[in-house]
Design a binder for this molecule. Structure first.
Ligand code: HEM
Ligand SMILES: *[C@@H]1O[C@H](CO)[C@@H](O)[C@H](O)[C@H]1NC(C)=O
Ligand SMILES: *[C@@H]1O[C@H](CO)[C@@H](O)[C@H](O)[C@H]1NC(C)=O
Ligand SMILES: *[C@@H]1O[C@H](CO)[C@@H](O)[C@H](O)[C@H]1NC(C)=O
Ligand SMILES: *[C@@H]1O[C@H](CO)[C@@H](O)[C@H](O)[C@H]1NC(C)=O
Length: 320
């Protein structure tokens, strides 16, 4: 009896989790209503990337921010309205750019299938394309997100800070249903892109009352960062690439991390717990294993459900 009811309990819970998952998002969501949506978006992302090499990094980061605030509901694409400041204009917006690529994709998609494809799905697909077009893995994106109607600059305080230690990162990720393994794999997004000095200032000036520079950072690497980012930096947009191949989606980020050549405290923090450190070593050794883990964790992150209710007609403003 006990064994049977245990089995049925397990069966029911496995079933209901599969059901609730497939109810929420599915790979074939637009199969009937907009069959060519993915190729149209990929074309726009490709064009954007040819014009500006920094577009893929921008799109990947944009999707991460979107999902970490109110779930993946395109809240991050809304413009501020009057006195009410949107996420876009919140504090860590310093490197957010290339919104025009999503707006262009939306226009093309609307021409083909008006009122059908959400901005949140377009952003999730564009992020996948950004990775694939940078030489990284590709995957099927589950779709069916709805767009939200709320976007508040103040909410961006809920994003993890680059100064976070491992327990703060763990907390930030677990609040969103993401594990330490997801944290290590998703931090690999820092194989693309650039950071302004302000985001790693804490590691190269006045680190603590004993030393100016984070001792876990390679000293010649630290010296080069201090040269680009002096204490009273006057160069607008000064900063550093997140790895040595910033337009290629490879496992270089993990290789450099093992050498003390990562940019943020939050990157270096992955070396401070044995489990995360072991994963960093694994991904530094095997690009294949990194790709596989990244895809799994991206699908998880991009499925964080938001409270969206509509298919926005213009990604910058809520429907009337
Ligand atoms: C683990 C917590 C994370 C923290 C603390 C963090 C923090 C940051 C910071 C501070 C920047 C640079 C901003 C600037 O000064 O210009 C940045 C850039 C970036 N982040 Fe993260 N990030 C995290 C996770 C992620 C995830 C999960 C992804 C995607 C999977 C991601 C993708 C990117 C990309 C692609 C850039 C470069 C953007 C560009 O060049 O336009 N980050 N991140
Ligand atoms: C970033 O936010 C500030 C206000 O916090 C705003 O003045 C600025 O225009 C925003 N930058 C971008 C690129 O959105
Ligand atoms: C702003 O965000 C912080 C942290 O998420 C929260 O504690 C605070 O209540 C918010 N303030 C307003 C005015 O919404
Ligand atoms: C991380 O920082 C928080 C807040 O400063 C602190 O309470 C915690 O002990 C730190 N954890 C580790 C592992 O250093
Ligand atoms: C230096 O910092 C440590 C902790 O980081 C603290 O315990 C110590 O009192 C500080 N020393 C001085 C001289 O401020």
């Amino acid at each position: 009896m006990a064994a049977i009811s245990l089995i049925s309990l397990v069966t029911i819970s496995v079933f209901s989790s599969i059901l609730s998952f497939s109810n929420a998002l599915s790979v074939n969501y637009y199969h009937q209503t907009c069959p060519n949506v993915e190729s149209v978006i990929a074309k726009v992302v490709h064009k954007g990337m040819i014009n500006d090499k920094t577009v893929p990094a921008a799109l990947l980061r944009m999707h991460f921010h979107d999902c970490f605030i109110r779930g993946c509901d395109a809240s991050m694409l809304l413009n501020s309205k009057g006195k009410s400041q949107a996420e876009k204009d919140g504090p860590p917006n310093i490197s957010l750019h290339a919104f025009y690529v999503i707006e262009h994709a939306k226009k093309e998609v609307e021409k083909m299938c008006p009122g059908v494809v959400s901005c949140a799905d377009i952003l999730a697909l564009a992020a996948r394309d950004a990775v694939a077009l940078s030489g990284g893995p590709t995957w099927d994106v589950p779709k069916g997100r709805k767009d939200g109607r709320i976007s508040k600059a103040n909410d961006t305080r809920q994003l993890p800070f680059p100064t976070f230690n491992i327990s703060q990162l763990q907390q930030s990720f677990s609040l969103r249903g993401l594990s330490m393994d997801d944290l290590v794999a998703l931090s690999g997004g820092h194989t693309l892109g650039f950071s302004h000095c302000s985001s790693f200032q804490n590691r190269i000036h006045n680190f603590n009352n004993i030393t100016d520079v984070d001792p876990s950072m390679d000293s010649s690497f630290a010296a080069s960062l201090r040269q680009v980012c002096p204490m009273h930096n006057k160069v607008k947009n000064a900063g550093a690439n997140l790895d040595s191949t910033p337009t290629v989606f490879d496992n270089k980020y993990y290789k450099l991390l093992l050498q003390g050549k990562s940019i943020f405290s939050s990157d270096q923090a992955l070396m401070t717990s044995s489990r995360t450190k072991a994963l960093v070593k694994k991904f530094a050794t095997s690009q294949e294993e990194f790709y596989e883990a990244f895809v799994k964790s991206m699908i998880k992150m991009s499925s964080i459900s938001g409270g969206g209710t509509e298919i926005r007609l213009d990604c910058r403003v809520v429907n009337h």
